[in-house]
Write a protein of this length. Sequence first.
Length: 320
Amino acid sequence: MMERLSVGFVGTGNVGIAGAFACLCLQVPSEMVLVDLNEKRSRAEALDLMHGQGLTGRIKIVSGDYSELADSQVIVISAGAAQKPGETRLDLLQKNALIFKSIADELDRYAPNAILVVATNPVDVMTYILQELSDRPNGLIMGTGTMLDTSRFRSLLGDFYHVDPQSVHGYILGEHGDSEFPAWSTVTIGGKRIVDNTVLKRPWNPEAMQDLFVNVRDAAYEIIEGKGYTNWAIGVVIATLVHRIVDDRRSILPVSVRLNGDYGLSDVCLSVPSLVSIKGLRHIVEASLPDREMEALHHSASVLKKSMEGLDLSTVSGDS
Ligand SMILES: NC(=O)c1ccc[n+]([C@@H]2O[C@H](COP(=O)([O-])OP(=O)(O)OC[C@H]3O[C@@H](n4cnc5c(N)ncnc54)[C@H](O)[C@@H]3O)[C@@H](O)[C@H]2O)c1
């Protein structure tokens, strides 16, 4: 008998539910379990999603408490508190660390072997925090990282070069945030690097490419100004990542992972090309980055480490 593929969602706000909806449309799992502090909301979302099954095909969709996640192979976490006026970034981080502590305890109790995918922002820091708080190996915990930014990047490059974005290869690497950078050396179309080359009749245009990257980096600000949050593209990212994992594709994706000496960096989570499988993170690929991009990666790592200064995990983990 085929094993049931169950995917859990902790946090069924705008992001979690967009991920669940994309999973439903892509028919990724055979079961989805929705868990949220707001149980009424997660139950309503489960019912609402279920009613599409007459057209999409059957997927069991339930809401419930953490014990319902016992059979989930992958669990997506987008739970978190939003920043309140007057609250500092560090206050918010400390508050979200406390939320993640209760989530880590519940998931370690009910689903100790599941792969955890973090989407909550700041995603690199929250991935690091969850790795610190959970008992499972770090390789079973990854963040969506710059998958979203990379998808935006490929979409805009596809537009610029009038080509299918899926025929554009390359990555945004580093932090999912202001210090991220375009790894131009990795960007190819039809096997040809776009840097310093004419591709599809378009010569390399540094100014246009810088503008394009700024649009990628700052896209969330514009979207949030217009609708208050971002969710559809991250929903597609979540469903794609979950699909690649449960399908054991061994895809190489820019997810947020803990570096242990890779790229000369350690004790930080950020996005570099990483091979993921049904067993979680399998390999970190050390891309041959030129000095300028290597410096950008190191800068991103130092920005992330600085953002965690002052964060006290002993107060949330009860180790103090
Ligand atoms: N990684 C990315 O690329 C990316 C993109 C967009 C948004 N985000 C982030 O995703 C997160 C969620 O955004 P959103 O728009 O869905 O927010 P939201 O406020 O709509 O949803 C958050 C949900 O978390 C729930 N929650 C809070 N504490 C909980 C707990 N202890 N246990 C279970 N559930 C709990 C809330 O009830 C709420 O439903 C934010 O941190 C946001 O910045 C990340």
